[in-house]
Design a protein around this ligand. Sequence first.
Ligand SMILES: [Zn+2]
Length: 352
Amino acid sequence: MTADLHSVAAEALEAVSAAPDLAALEAVRTRYLGRGDGELTSFRRGLGKIPDPDGRRQMGQMVNELVQRVGDALDERQRAIERNARAQSLEMEALDLTRPAPPLRRGRLSPVTLAAREIRRIFGLLGFEAVDGPEVEYDRYNFTLVNQPPGHPARDSQDTFYIDDWRLLRTHTSPVQIRSMLIRGAPQRVIVPGKTYRRDHDATHMPMFHQVEALCIDEGIAVSDLKGSLEFFARSFFGASSVLQWRPHHFPFTEPSLELELACVVCHGSGCSVCKYSGWLELLGSGMVHPQVLRNGGVDPERYSGFAFGMGIERAAMLAWGIPDMRLLYDNDVRFLVPETAIDGPSERSAP
Ligand SMILES: [Zn+2]
């Protein structure tokens, strides 16, 4: 019996030191020291069978000592496992205050911002002052005063974000023409880059996009001033060797109206899918300010005349840098917005 007792105790101590974690340790405790049926504690039940009282007492003492020793070993092992776990988690959470900070990746300006700045710079050379107006605009300023009276197709709620019967998100920057005329009168030269909104979303349309608008009013302003200014702009922006052509067009707020086209930057005029095989890309709409629009802005059309133009800034950026999908401009894809070499400012770009 003594030999059995010692070998079970030795086995228990070995199991204790081999237990890798608290769960294994608990299993060892139950197996050897379990109340009543533990492999070690159950030796107590056999004590009654020992006839000699001295032998019984000695054996009882020995069982108690070994139970105590295994119990101590279990407690010691438990403390060691807990200490280890704490040290490990401290090591994992260690904060090294002397480590240098990771390098900061500098962002780049969006192509839309770069294009808007460049357009402002070029028109600044021609004496145009940059102004802006509210993005939440009165229906009257957005439509009626720029010759789009109630019933005009552009006022369709399919195309316009109305806020209530009177107000909307401006669909173009043209209401700023009226505001600027009412504030500055004549003569004046302003350029209006800003956000505009329409209910549209596909590869070439966004519900929010940027437009730039210019208005020049003075005595004796003629179509030649319009053509000279806008050709200067187009060659400064798209490159000195850009091939341009004018086409007659129609806009409600100008008369006559002209559209400026750029020879396709992809196929150089021979025809491709980008230019829909026409060889030309529509660049901007322009014209001589309609006398009624001048009158709506409080300017006397008998004395003054003016020209205006409007253009999508996203479209200008796409044409200048060959960006195939407008959604790329707004997807926040860092590979696109922070390229190593792909996009540089317009002034650093070589002529097409
Ligand atoms: Zn083409």
